[in-house]
Design a binder for this molecule. Structure first.
Ligand code: DAV
Length: 366
């Protein structure tokens, strides 16, 4: 029996990875937490239902491009088993008219060492998304005697989990930014809620973004669950829609991070990096003025790259400025045409979840 699951950070040599699938993807109906992150002027506001088939096929084609690049380099690629996402769901606490997708895996699965934990997402439409990964989890469990198959405490997601009327179409961008700066988000603190893509893993240290998808109670929960790690809450006041750390603060190798210039890490939170001689570089400008159609994310998916090892990174093919910057930073850049997968939930990092990277748990901030 072999070791299948092992990953402590986002840069050690990647050997095995999960890549999402777009099949049956749905634009979910509005619910307390989701309207927060659909910009007011988005064409997606008020619409929901199965995504057009042609876009699903094209999204899947993009993911196949990524799979091919990975497999050509000897990385083992696993794929989830999509459900019929356009089904209504219910628990004792809520009903929702539909689920969403199994893109992107990065939001759902958190790999720390030999453990993969399914997250505690705050969106009701994502409550059962983990099921798409259960066949893989069972396989890892059967084949790797050290694999820890874990599910974080499931949030109830009753109405008490959200601030109602937090969102009002009339609030201006400035007002949103004031709220972000004050760490006033749509979720309450009645239970831990978190998306795995808000967690940046760096060996002994976990940097977790407090924002629309992850609350303070989740940070407490992490620190108690992993007493041997240091949990750091980080936030990025310049982001009016703060969800997920991976288009904001992205490590390329030990000692080097790119930071979204509109979402700078506050001075006091930079101290730990500076004290340990880490360089925080402003990420290059995105090549696009707008995200593709029917996309939740911002143009900053430009920096949502997949690091294959400390010298090699996959960057979206049209993101020429980001590629150029990576090159100057000493990385070998592999372009991958993936932009038409963005509407399904994200870029190269989002679309994947770590299974195995060589290496061990190190202390980068002694
Ligand atoms: O910039 O819209 C996208 C992150 C997706 N995982 C953004 C964040």
């Amino acid at each position: 029996m072999a070791k299948i699951v092992n990953s402590w950070n986002d840069w050690d040599p990647l050997k095995r990875v999960i890549v999402g699938r777009c099949d049956n993807s749905v634009i979910p109906p509005e619910e307390p937490a989701t309207s927060e992150k659909v910009p007011v002027d988005s064409e997606m506001r008020g619409m929901w239902g199965l995504r057009p088939l042609a876009t699903v096929e094209r999204g899947n084609e993009c993911l196949e491009n990524l799979v091919k690049i990975l497999e050509d380099r000897g990385v083992v690629v696993d794929r989830p088993t999509p459900l019929q996402w356009n089904q209504a769901i219910g628990t004792p606490d809520f009903r929702n008219d539909s689920m969403m997708t199994c893109m992107p895996p990065r939001d759902i699965l958190l790999t720390i060492g030999s453990e993969i934990m399914a997250s505690a997402n705050s969106f009701r439409c994502r409550y059962f998304e983990y099921l798409a990964y259960w066949p893989l989890m069972k396989q890892y469990f059967d084949e790797d005697p050290e694999f820890k198959w874990t599910q974080a405490p499931r949030p109830r997601l009753t109405d008490a989990s959200y601030k109602h009327n937090y969102y009002d179409e009339k609030i201006s961008l400035e007002e949103r930014l004031v709220r972000t700066a004050n760490k006033d988000f749509v979720t309450t603190e009645v239970e831990p809620m978190w998306d795995a893509a808000d967690v940046m893993r760096m060996g002994k240290d976990l940097f977790i973004q407090h924002g629309l998808t992850t609350n303070r109670t989740a940070m407490d929960w992490f620190q108690r669950y992993y007493p041997e790690y240091r949990v750091h809450a980080v936030n990025f006041p310049g982001d009016p829609y703060p969800i997920h750390i991976d288009a904001t603060f992205v490590p390329l190798r030990p000692g080097l991070i790119i930071n979204n210039p509109h979402r700078k890490l506050p001075e006091e939170q930079r101290a730990i990096f500076e004290a340990n001689d880490w360089q925080i570089v402003e990420a290059a400008q995105p090549a696009h003025d707008e995200p593709p159609a029917l996309c939740y994310s911002s143009v900053w998916l430009s920096m949502n790259c997949l690091v294959l090892d400390p010298k090699t990174v996959i960057v979206e093919a049209s993101e020429v400025y980001q590629q150029e910057q990576m090159d100057k930073l000493g990385m070998n850049v592999i372009p991958c045409d993936l932009r038409d997968a963005y509407p399904f939930g994200g870029g190269l990092h989002c679309s994947t979840a770590d299974v195995y990277r060589e290496g061990e748990c190190l202390d980068y901030f002694p």
